[in-house]
Design a binder for this molecule. Structure first.
Ligand code: B1H
Length: 840
């Protein structure tokens, strides 16, 4: 083909595309207005912003349906091997923007609504975010199902449809106040109820032995109570593919027909009470990140969604006519932490008691089906259930766990002859003192694969938390470093950066984040660097406006935006950042004319409602802000903003505007972290300890592009072993002493020295997270940050390199590793069925 005819071809192609685009646009406009009329029952003059949001949501949903049906058809006819991701939390964030991006119609939609005098972003903010998770663990599940769909891997996300998600945080006088999250108040256009696939879930009661027709001894579980589980399905569309997988969340309902027993006979009010008790099961998400409450309702929730999901898998096997013996060939079931680990015992019960398989066959299937991901090294977060409670809720499962344990410990005894201490540690039952069922042990024994979520975390699991299991079965262990989806965390959250990168590299990076390396060759291109800086500046100006509106404090967009957003926890050390702010403030008070790089400290994060120290940490930050923000000596050089209600939505505004990412947990405590990755992708530099995935981030970007400080994990252990005395750090460092004394004096509490006393006392007496030990190193490192920031050009180059080298932290990479190394599952591309196919 000569070049002129190629040119004509190109031209025709372009015209074809633009014709299709204008068709798309007209069709989109038509169905938007139709939905406003037929679904919302409104015409434009009466429509509220929420009506418009819902009309657009339905317009998008209509376009998802064909892909969803085509996907289900492909998987059903091909009997595809399927990943089942079991998680008590899915922190999805709003769907509309993400679906527009993945459908490739974001810009057209913006035009369509724009021509009707509406602003797309405005409509997107109408969506109540489904906050069905606490933090990193729940958000990881959401990133994973996005990547699974984008990689065209058959997958189901199974969880709970909480009526109330993570509480809404407000601040009152600087203290956290919780409000309920009524996210379903205005309806949810993204879900479809599937009552035809409801299942029955049993609770309590007792077990009975009987002999079946083959004279075999069997067990029957006679429950005290039955609850219905009704699935609600949400389509999860991949990026620019036809694959739309399913997130299936279970709602608890009372079965109308269930006989509540003698107690309730003729007792209508009592029966209604029972109904309320049943529906309580999926009422509310427990708001504890990383710490266990041991509540009966929580165990009931876990069993509820796990049993629903496993029964659903058995139903799928049946409709695909796959024999139950091939359960593990059809499904790869992943346990997101121990929260769903009761699944090991429940699958055994379903296979042995209900499907009547032999124990050994059932056990083989169970172990081959499950994989277990551990997410924490915090000893207090390891789930265990007191035996009496467990017995009360799940009597049959306790028997099954005893049987699993007996058989397991028999093998251990042979391998480790006479090592009684080891046997006691490996046992599924904790026997010293009050007895407990250990859920991590159950998960380890019942899975063929066990993984941590960052290199360091996996090493520490092997050496410490799960050492005995590692020594027993080293081949089960592997690492799968976490990742996050670039679709939500770059394309949707940071459109300016997305345009710049796409203009520079094309759009291939959105599916293959390693291509961001291509940015490296542009760091000497002055025009590119300038555009990069302009993007960051504009994002910062947007966030500054947002903060000013919300908090009534003025923010300088040219100051260094120093950001720490994550759950509030002592091990994450938000109070270490607070000590640093006070140190800078002391410098100014000592010498008001001191030269200082202006900084805006931005915090966000929720404290578990019962975690008093975390709530006090929030109060400390806001109290410091109330002084520093208004002290004339500061002259605006330091600003402290605590943005209430950190969420996926707020994260999308915050990460793109950050210059500095605070990742300052005590070494050895943060399993991975994923916020660190979102900041890096959006071109923030990290100040961090050698903890979790920070270590791998530094490996990728190079030491020279990372601000490292603090004790290393072995040093923390050594200090602990030696007997750490925080008082000595306090006495040795004049800067630290000044900071601690100023807070202790009540200076930030209108002279009331009692407010922060509990916090200061813990630091001076025990300091379990080594703030005082790391303080000097942290402050010195922050001084280095300020020095570098003065050279704006150098900072920009470092930021570009951070982004360019963030490819490893795409959840696409993580999911590829799970698929090939744990799940053994392949992609199944989906052919779009035509209207006629669907109707045939
Ligand atoms: C993580 C949790 C967690 N680890 C218990 N553990 C919960 C534990 O409601 N509960 O009972 C809720 C959450 N969450 C986080 O997982 C880690 O702290 C992060 O470091 C990690 O990045 C994230 C995802 O792997």
């Amino acid at each position: 083909m000569d070049s002129s005819s190629a040119g004509q071809e190109d031209d025709r192609e372009r015209r074809g595309i633009s014709e299709r685009a204008s068709l798309d646009k007209r069709a989109l406009r038509r169905s938007f207005l139709d939905n406003l009329l037929y679904v919302q029952g409104k015409f434009p003059r009466l429509a509220t912003k929420n009506d418009y949001y819902l009309a657009l949501a339905h317009t998008v949903r209509d376009r998802l349906m064909q892909r969803w049906i085509s996907t289900a058809a492909a998987y059903t006819t091909q009997c595809s091997r399927t990943v089942c991701y079991l998680s008590a939390e899915f922190l999805m964030g709003p769907h509309l923007g993400n679906n527009l991006i993945n459908l490739g119609i974001y810009d057209v939609a913006a035009e369509v609504v724009g021509e009707l005098g509406l602003d797309l972003e405005d409509l997107l903010y109408q969506e109540e975010e489904p906050g069905l998770g606490n933090g990193g663990l729940g958000r990881l599940a959401a990133c994973f199902i996005d990547s699974l769909a984008t990689l065209e891997v058959p997958a189901l996300g199974y969880g709970i449809r909480y009526e109330y998600g993570i509480f809404h945080q407000t601040l009152s006088d600087g203290w956290q106040v919780e409000k309920t999250d009524k996210w379903l108040r205005f309806g949810n256009p993204w879900e479809l109820a599937r009552p035809e696939w409801a299942v029955e879930i049993k609770f309590g009661g007792h077990t009975e032995q009987y002999t079946d027709e083959h004279q075999r001894l069997r067990v029957r579980w006679v429950a005290a109570r039955i609850v219905n589980g009704v699935p609600y399905d949400t389509p999860i569309l991949g990026y620019h593919v036809n694959t739309a997988n399913t997130l299936r969340l279970w709602k608890a309902e009372a079965p109308e027909s269930f006989d509540f027993g003698q107690f309730n006979r003729g007792d209508y009010a009592g029966a209604v009470t029972q109904k309320i008790v049943s529906e309580n099961l999926s009422k509310v998400l427990y708001p504890n990140d990383e710490q266990e409450a041991g509540k009966e309702l929580r165990l009931q929730q876990q069993f509820f969604f796990v049993s629903c999901s496993l029964q659903d898998m058995l139903r799928i096997l049946q409709i695909q006519r796959i024999p139950v013996e091939k359960f593990h060939e059809k499904f790869a079931v992943q346990l997101n932490d121990t929260h769903p680990s009761i699944g090991v015992a429940e699958l055994m019960r379903l296979l042995v008691d209900e499907q009547l398989l032999a124990w050994d066959t059932a056990w083989d299937i169970t172990c081959k089906s499950f994989g277990y991901t551990n997410h924490t090294l915090m000893p207090e977060a390891l789930e265990r259930w007191s035996l009496p409670l467990f017995q009360r809720v799940l009597p049959r499962h306790l028997e099954i766990i005893y049987e699993i344990n007996a058989r397991f410990l028999d093998q251990v005894r042979i391998r480790f002859f006479g090592d009684e201490a080891r046997i006691a540690r490996l046992s599924l039952i904790e026997e010293q003192g009050p007895r407990y069922v250990r859920m991590a042990n159950l998960a380890c024994v019942g899975s063929h694969a066990i993984n941590g979520v960052a290199d360091l975390h996996t090493e520490l699991l092997k050496q410490d938390v799960l050492k005995d299991f590692y020594e027993l079965c080293p081949e089960k262990f592997s690492n799968k470093t976490n990742g996050v989806t670039p679709r939500r965390w770059i394309v949707l959250a940071n459109p300016r950066l997305t345009s710049l990168i796409t203009e520079t590299l094309g759009d291939g990076w959105i599916r293959d984040l390693d291509l961001l390396r291509g940015l490296e060759s542009h760091i000497d291109d002055a025009a590119f660097v300038q555009r990069w800086q302009a993007v960051k500046r504009a994002n910062k100006a947007d966030l500054a406006t947002h903060i000013e509106r919300r908090l009534q404090i003025s923010i300088d967009p040219d100051s260094l935006f120093d950001v720490q957003v994550k759950r509030i926890h002592e091990y994450k050390r938000q109070h270490l950042a607070a000590l640093h702010i006070v140190a800078l403030y002391c410098r100014i008070k000592a010498n008001p004319n001191i030269e200082m790089v202006p900084r805006t400290f931005i915090f966000g994060g929720k404290a578990a409602p019962g975690y008093h120290m975390a709530k006090l940490m929030i109060k400390l930050i806001t109290a410091i802000g109330d002084v520093v923000n208004f002290d004339p000596d500061v002259r605006g050089r330091l600003k402290v903003a605590f943005l209430p209600n950190f969420s996926v939505t707020n994260g999308q505004r915050i990460y793109p505007a950050a210059d500095l990412s605070e990742q300052i947990s005590t070494a050895g405590k943060e399993a991975s972290g994923t916020g660190n990755m979102k900041f890096q992708m959006n071109g923030a530099l990290t100040i961090g300890t050698m903890d979790g995935a920070n270590i791998e981030i530094m490996e990728e970007v190079g030491k020279e592009n990372f601000f490292q400080f603090g004790l290393l994990t072995p040093e923390v252990y050594a200090w602990q072993a030696r007997g750490y005395r925080p008082q000595e750090c306090y006495e040795r460092s004049p800067a630290l002493r000044e900071v601690i004394d100023l807070i202790g004096s009540g200076y930030f509490a209108r002279g009331d020295s009692s407010v922060f006393k509990p916090l200061i006392d813990v630091l001076l007496r025990y300091d379990p997270y080594f703030l005082l030990a790391d303080f000097d190193s942290y402050v010195a490192c922050q001084d280095e940050v300020s020095a570098v920031y003065k050279d704006k050009h150098r900072w920009a180059r470092m930021a570009i390199l951070n982004s360019a080298r963030s490819g490893k932290f795409s959840s696409d990479r993580t999911i590829r590793q799970y698929c090939s190394e744990i799940w053994n599952v392949d992609k199944v591309p989906v052919r779009l069925l035509s209207q006629e196919d669907v109707e045939a």
